[in-house]
Design a protein around this ligand. Structure first.
Ligand code: T1G
Length: 660
């Protein structure tokens, strides 16, 4: 029987008395309206084919189904709905087996759950990541998954949104088997199922579970939620599966899904989702030829350098780590090895994987060894002379097409590039500490960086599994420039009457993991102090300048490392220190400022405004290409809560609302 097309994205053909239905909706087989209607039409057709024992559902390409079509959110609904499709599948009068050839996420996993059997291909993965979009599964996931894998595992998967690979899916009972040729195995399973009563997931009882284990799983999810509402709602619905019958549970789930779908939290997280997909895309760069980057050299193996080396190693690159002395080289190697060991201990890396990484690591004190490098990333002391001398030296060593990248966070990369014979091969790669953990990399497109070099390092950063955000040259790039602006505003509010603990509390209540003064204490106050002292001679005398931080530094209060900063840390615990309050009151008195009180929402509005004003200036200067890029930098580099969407998005949402 030839292929029958049931919609522009759904076709089917008969194979060994099974009806093989294929979804082909590039790029990720999302469940767009024409996919849903095509599936319903294919099932209606199969129902009337007496020669057909059962149905296989699979996806074209490397994805099974990437979920509901997120681009349809907020648009007028078009039938059939996904719950109608999953209902049709579950109640179908012949066995339906999902052949999960790749990612089965969100609605895609829910389609698989509604099937009477699931065969996983070797590249299959299963997940319900809806909470990452500020919603909950809306087509049966919270009710059917616990029936298959139990409450505790379902709370973990749905509460965190994490995906599981084929092996774990079988162990959990989510998949019935793994096959190199999943369609063949699925057809065999269809025939097997036809011989016995169909296993309708919704009819399976939720396995009884120790309430303590359920509470523990719930507590783990809520601890990570940081004020987001979707994870708690997801856990509530999964637990309800153990108390309600399927129909009641599905109705409760759907109502919750529809409410959260229209929430500002979900709008924010969908903004972040699409901003991440747009990040690293530069107009006209897709035609640039990519240079091969297989061997990466890292100069300096301190905290940043060793983190960068680990990222390059764990993503399959060869690494040459250059240090000034044999002792420093040995220290660097030990630091890298210890970081890899930590990953083995946490299960993120196998022992073989670690050994393979160390086998691809060469540490040296011979700069000449860098002649083999395709890309050199320097992570040496943040001093202009040190960096320009280094790049001038490398110029004579590395291959003509090798790329030179600087990890500076504040210096001018154009000045560093100007020290080389070919500035077109110089680019900024600003990693965040710890570089083996933090996803964000600011990719600094310098004045003379060539399109090939920019395109090549963007591809490299994605291979590291990191999130590249392209920015132009300005002091502090996107992140530090906005961070400086909102720290300045925070310090203005200190002079005006607020206290560090009040400002930090407002930021934490808003969803930041830590307040700005807490972050300063952790990072250390001396770096910013040194920069303020460097800038003192050129600072605009008319501009408002707050001296409180200088007073603290002069008093030796440099943060956690000195046991005192904006807070005191007796026994390591952050405590409010009246000495700091005294310094602040003295600063106000020196300027005859009568302090006043601030509400948390006023504090947040002023800090958000400072971030947005700086962001707007960055867009106007062409340093940032999109507001979404600014949001990604602040979310992934500076703890801005993702469920608020980032400062530019948040401001867009509240621009017409009067300040409380
Ligand atoms: N809907 C619409 N577009 C999508 C999409 C989706 N679900 N997933 C991806 N895209 C677009 C994306 O914007 C990009 O577009 C292109 O596809 C390639 O994506 C009822 C309601 C599947 C693992 O959360 O995690 O189901 O930029 O670069 O790296 O319960 O995409 O090219 O124009 O990410 O190969 C739940 C989201 C939805 C999964 C593939 N599903 N997607 O990764 O490609 S809510 C998700 C992903 C739901 C139900 C509820 C990944 C991927 P463009 P990409 P990739």
């Amino acid at each position: 029987m030839a292929d029958i097309q049931f919609s522009k994205s759904v076709s089917a053909c008969a194979q060994d008395r099974a009806f093989v239905v294929t979804i082909d909706n590039p790029p990720v087989n999302a469940l767009s309206a024409h996919v849903r209607s095509g599936l319903m039409a294919a099932l209606d057709h199969a129902a009337n084919l007496p020669a057909i024992t059962g149905v296989i559902i699979t996806g074209a390409g490397s994805t099974f189904i990437g979920g509901a079509d997120i681009k349809e959110f907020g648009k007028p609904p078009v039938g059939p709905t996904l719950p109608e499709v999953t209902e049709r599948i579950e109640t179908f009068n012949k066995p339906i087996v999902a052949t999960v050839n790749g990612a089965a996420l969100g609605g895609g996993c829910e389609v698989a759950l509604a099937c009477h059997g699931r065969i996983a291909g070797e590249k299959a993965s299963f997940g319900l990541p809806e909470v990452k979009l500020g919603i909950v599964p809306g087509a049966g996931g919270t009710q059917r998954l616990p029936r298959l894998i139990g409450l505790v595992a379902a709370i973990d998967l749905i509460g965190t949104g994490r995906a599981v690979k084929a092996g774990e899916a079988v162990t959990l009972g989510l998949a019935d088997g793994i096959a190199t040729h999943p369609v063949g195995a699925a057809i065999a399973l269809v025939h097997e199922c036809a011989e016995k009563p169909l296993r309708r997931t919704g009819m399976i009882g939720v396995p009884p579970t120790d309430p303590a284990a359920v509470s523990a799983a719930e507590a783990k999810v809520l601890a990570r939620a940081r004020g987001q509402s979707a994870p708690a709602e997801a856990v509530r619905l999964v637990k309800a599966a153990g108390e309600l019958d399927l129909r009641q549970g599905l109705a409760e789930e759907r109502a919750t899904f529809l409410r959260l779908r229209d929430s500002s939290e979900s709008a924010a997280l969908r903004h972040v989702f699409f901003a991440e997909r747009a990040a690293g895309k530069v107009e006209g760069l897709d035609i640039a030829a990519l240079r091969k980057i297989a061997t990466v050299a890292v100069v300096g193996t301190g905290l940043m350098g060793s983190g960068i080396a680990v990222s390059a190693l764990t993503s399959g690159h060869r690494v040459i780590a250059l240090e000034q002395t044999p002792e420093a080289a040995a220290g660097g190697r030990a630091r890298i090895a210890e970081t890899l060991d930590k990953s083995v201990r946490s299960g993120r890396l196998t022992a073989d994987g670690r050994d393979d990484c160390l086998a691809r690591l060469q540490t040296t004190t011979e700069a000449a060894d860098l002649a083999k490098a395709d890309l050199v990333i320097e992570a040496v002391f943040d001093d202009l002379k040190v960096k320009t001398d280094l790049f001038r030296r490398l110029d004579g060593i590395v291959a003509p097409d090798a790329i030179l990248a600087t990890n500076t966070s504040y210096l001018d990369p154009d000045a560093i590039a100007a020290a080389t014979a070919d500035p077109s091969r110089v680019v900024g790669l600003h990693f965040f500490s710890p570089a083996n953990v933090m996803r964000l990399v600011e990719v600094v497109d310098c004045a003379k960086t060539s399109p090939e070099v920019l395109a090549s390092v963007l591809a490299f950063v994605k291979r590291l599994g990191k999130l590249p955000v392209v920015c132009g040259v300005t002091e502090g790039f996107i992140g530090n420039r906005i961070f400086s602006a909102y720290r300045r505003e925070a310090e203005f509010m200190l002079e005006d009457g607020a206290l560090p603990q009040e400002i930090d509390a407002a930021l934490e209540a808003y969803g930041f993991p830590m307040g700005i003064f807490d972050v300063n204490d952790m990072a250390g106050l001396e770096i910013a102090w040194a920069r303020r002292k460097r800038q003192a001679a050129t600072r605009d005398a008319d501009a408002r300048y707050v001296e409180i931080a200088d007073r603290l530094c002069e008093a030796g209060r440099l943060g956690r490392k000195t046991g005192r900063g904006w807070y005191a840390y007796p026994e390591g615990e952050r405590t409010i220190d009246p000495e700091v309050t005294a310094v602040i009151e003295a600063a106000r008195a020196a300027k005859n400022i009568t302090p006043r009180s601030f509400t948390a929402s006023e504090i947040m509005s002023r800090l958000l405004k400072a971030m947005v004003d700086e962001g707007t200036a960055l867009l106007a200067d062409g340093v940032a290409a999109r507001p979404g890029d600014i949001d990604l930098v602040m979310i992934n580099g500076y703890g801005f809560p993702a469920h608020r969407g980032g400062p530019m998005f948040a401001a867009e949402q509240t621009k017409d609302q009067p300040h409380a």
